[in-house]
Design a protein around this ligand. Sequence first.
Ligand code: SF4
Ligand code: SF4
Length: 292
Amino acid sequence: MEHKLKQITIISGKGGTGKTTLTANLGFLQSNIVLADCDVDASNLHLLLSPNIKEKYNFYSGTKYSIDKENCIKCNKCINLCNFQAIDINYNINKISCEKCGLCYNVCPNKSILEEQNCTGEYYISKTKNNLDMVHAKLNIAEDNSGKLVTQVRKEAIKIAKEKNLKLILIDGPPGIGCTLNASITGIDLAVIVTEPTLSGIHDLERIIETTNHFQIPSSIIINKYNINFENTKKIENIGNNFNIPCVGKIPYDTTIIDSLIKGKTIVEDFPNHNISQIIIRTWKEITTLLI
Ligand code: SF4
Ligand code: SF4
């Protein structure tokens, strides 16, 4: 029987919950999956999995405009008509103010405005240190098409999985909510929400559950540093129960994780027999049972 390709995205309501560290640890335990780093605004997965870049591509999104000053007859039509005051008196187009409406390009009497595809970032196909295919990306500074870049990273990961007949894609999603989160979770089989037992952690968890519920995505919870506040951990478990979202793992706070991080390693690689490594292994087993 042919098994359908499954996709899991690890997400968190906010940054700093240990989402990427956990994704790297879970990824390090695998041998036949594709990894996708969809936290394109602040990708960090590479720091722990040391991918060796095999292929590199420019990512283009939308158009960009510039003025060919040598050819410009300085009629100022573009400056006067731009609704966003994006063109200065020296005929430079401000990249941030320009809304790419194309009006200047269309009204210029001398065809002095150039229209080109906008290169907003790069994406890479790499091999991690544990020999997994990994797709990751970098968005250029001040570019705002991160949702489209996430979609591209996911497309490439699906392509590799299909070519190599791999059955699972593990995605490191972005922290928080917004268009990159939406692009990271649409059509997936399971969201794993990493949270911590703090008041802000609980608040952000509730917000992100609203999003996964909206998209009707099966979800699960990992409580990181659960032992820093048992009362809040209980509250998180209750929230999960109320929404029928199982808690698949509770990771204690332990400085050994940080010791491994400092060495650029996952704890499962650095201390495979450590209690936390064993908990992470069990957590992965719990996650996979939810995919059946
Ligand atoms: S593309 Fe539109 S927003 Fe950008 S400079 Fe031209 S007129 Fe202004
Ligand atoms: S409309 Fe064209 S020719 Fe006129 S100032 Fe702008 S770029 Fe130059």
